[in-house]
Write a protein that binds this ligand. Structure first.
Ligand code: ATP
Ligand code: MG
Length: 580
């Protein structure tokens, strides 16, 4: 799907919610991967079995692209009453850590999926993989090579030139077996020897030019410790791990299309169970990056506050930001799977979280940039409890009382001393409605010595309690507010896109297009007292200001921190329209 198609689709979904529901269901029930599975079930290729896996390498935190893969693999297992394994492809001890394993498990669980007891590690198969390698050597299909890394590269050739055979290619089987055993025994230094598959140095597919199967690497592995000083390469390990686990459909991203002939070669030469690999296009999202390597750079160089910074496209980041697992699953279903790479508009993801929170998040009042208002004709010391509905979309969420008193705060932006024609909110002499309370009229503006407005004076009409005038007179706007005395303080963090360009990964240096205004911290916010008892992770709408999530990291007993998950409407569309 072209981004432009998506934009149109997105516009449609904004105006017609029920069509979104239909689209979501129909996408979920058919795509080319499911077609292949249906066909395999018809022909009884795997004896009725459907067995997938999600195979992360534990070298970083998962991102939204991985969420798509998780929803796809676990979703297929769920819908076909099959199984999905969680397997860590942990073949690279120098970049992998237990911390990543734990976070990956947490993220998969958060998305709502369960692997039961099927938590596997490629490292559990190291002994078996070694046996497979020996088997290939015995069949004359693998050899120990002493070229160094740069020589191997040089001998490999290019896309236009064939490679050259290694001078070690014709060693005897006996010699190869001996050398491989001694590699394992630690007799040789790191990088001095590798085991290579003996395929074809002239193959048009570079992956087939005698790829490395094993390297010598003295690095402690997070599971096998120092048991091994040789480690199998990803390509050798991945396809055989799928085979060992009896995976029926090995779903992976498009960049592995050219690896498939190699996987087929290993499986066929070893004559072992052969899963079906199916490639799909990886998810790219506009205005962000989807690569663990680049995300790691942002973390290491301090551009963000760790892996779960709410601006990060990591699952930890969007969770802390306030996204719900339901919205992520619906988004993944909606974007479906494709054979060609495309860029998905981040606005579509925002659409799904808005749709979810609109229905389920309680709505309360909070003033982000407070301006004090004194209601001069309101009795001193009087407090009234106003009735407020928690969510008109879901009346089961009930009602609450909001205290009203003589001194209130309103949003600074809701007042203009000298308003332009289209500004309908509060101004001198003008009457507006306070949500759930009264009509007020602005009668005075107080300023400090710099001319900054510090306070407003208003009067209220006692006959308008609840927000309606008995004489039927109308006002053009309704403002949110809090009672100064009863309100509680909070810090609110507003987020914008992390990058200023659609495809940061295509820039020479992706850091150069980081959005300097991606985080705005507002420290003097005031919330209605209902918010005094909120818990980290809970989500609320602050009326007119957006959807917010109580921060799970920095919220403490007396410091309430809210992250804005998303604005109420797509602000970018508004900005774009303004420019037209
Ligand atoms: P990255 O390139 O972001 O560092 P990766 O592909 O190296 O990620 P893995 O841990 O190897 O990360 O990925 C685990 C699974 O998630 C793989 O099956 C991979 O194909 C899939 N995956 C990774 N990125 C995406 C993406 N952007 N869209 C869909 N699936 C993805
Ligand atoms: Mg990978």
């Amino acid at each position: 799907m072209k981004p432009s198609d998506l934009k149109n689709e997105h516009k449609n979904t904004e105006s017609n919610q029920s069509s979104v529901n239909n689209t979501t269901e129909s996408v979920a029930s058919s795509n080319f991967i499911r077609d292949i599975i249906d066909e395999d079930l018809k022909t009884d290729k795997y004896k009725g079995r459907v067995h997938t896996r999600f195979p992360p390498e534990p070298n970083g935190y998962l991102h939204i692209g991985h969420a798509k893969s998780i929803c796809l693999n676990f979703g297929i297992a769920r819908d076909y009453k099959g199984l999905c394994n969680l397997r860590f492809d942990d073949t690279n001890p120098s970049k992998e850590e237990v911390e990543y394993v734990e976070s990956i498990k947490e993220d998969v669980r958060w998305l709502g999926f369960d692997w039961d007891d099927r938590e596997y590690y490629a490292s559990d198969y190291f002994e078996q993989l070694y046996e497979y390698a020996v088997q290939l050597i015995k069949a004359g299909k693998a050899y120990v090579c002493e070229l160094n890394a740069s020589q191997i590269r040089e001998y490999r050739g290019t896309l236009t030139e064939p490679g050259k055979n290694s001078p070690y290619r014709e060693r005897s089987i006996r010699e190869n077996l001996d050398l491989f055993e001694r590699m394992r025994a630690g007799e040789f230094p790191d990088g001095s020897h590798v085991l290579r598959a003996k395929i074809n140095m002239a193959s048009p597919n570079l992956n087939m030019r005698d790829p490395v199967m094993y390297r010598i690497l003295r690095a402690e592995h997070h599971r096998t410790g120092n048991t091994w000083c040789i480690y199998p390469m990803y390509d050798f390990t991945h396809c055989l791990s799928d085979s060992i686990e009896g995976i029926t459909h090995s779903i992976c991203t498009l960049e592995f299309e050219n690896n498939r002939p190699l996987y087929d070669w290993f499986l066929d030469e070893l004559n072992v169970y052969h899963p079906q690999q199916i490639e799909f296009a990886r998810l790219n999202l506009s205005y962000t990056i989807m690569s663990k390597r680049l995300l790691l750079t942002l973390v290491k160089e301090g551009y963000v506050d760790g892996w779960n910074d709410p601006r990060m496209p990591t699952i930890g980041g969007i969770r802390r930001r306030g996204y719900t697992p339901e919205s992520m699953r619906r988004f993944s279903e909606r974007i479906g799977v494709a054979k060609r790479d495309s860029m998905v508009d981040i606005a579509l993801l925002e659409y799904y979280i808005r749709e979810d929170l609109n229905k389920h998040a309680p709505r309360v009042m909070g003033v982000l940039r407070p301006l004090k208002v004194i209601i001069e004709n309101y009795p001193d010391g009087q407090v009234e409890e106003m009735d407020a509905i928690n969510n008109p979309e879901d009346l089961s969420l009930g009602t609450r009382k909001v205290p009203f008193s003589k001194v209130i705060y309103i949003e600074r932006d809701d007042f203009m001393e000298d308003p332009p024609r289209k500004f309908f909110r509060l101004a001198p002499g003008r009457e507006v409605r306070l949500r759930y309370a009264y009509f007020i009229t602005c009668t005075g503006v107080i300023k400090d010595e710099n001319g900054e407005i510090t306070e407003l004076r208003c009067t209220y009409d006692p006959a308008t309690r609840g927000g309606d005038a008995p004489d039927g007179r109308k006002v053009k706007s309704t403002l949110h507010w809090v009672s100064a005395e009863h309100s509680i303080p909070a810090e609110v963090r507003l987020y914008d896109r992390l990058f200023t360009v659609e495809n940061p990964a295509a820039e020479e240096d992706f850091r150069s297009c980081l959005n300097p205004n991606s985080l705005e911290i507002l420290s003097g916010c005031r919330l209605e007292p209902y918010m005094a008892n909120v818990k980290p992770g809970e989500r609320y709408q602050l009326e007119r200001m957006g959807y917010f999530c109580v921060d799970t990291k920095d919220t403490t007993g007396d410091n309430l921190v809210l992250n804005r998950t998303v604005t109420l409407r797509d602000q970018w569309v508004k900005i774009q329209n303004k420019g037209e």
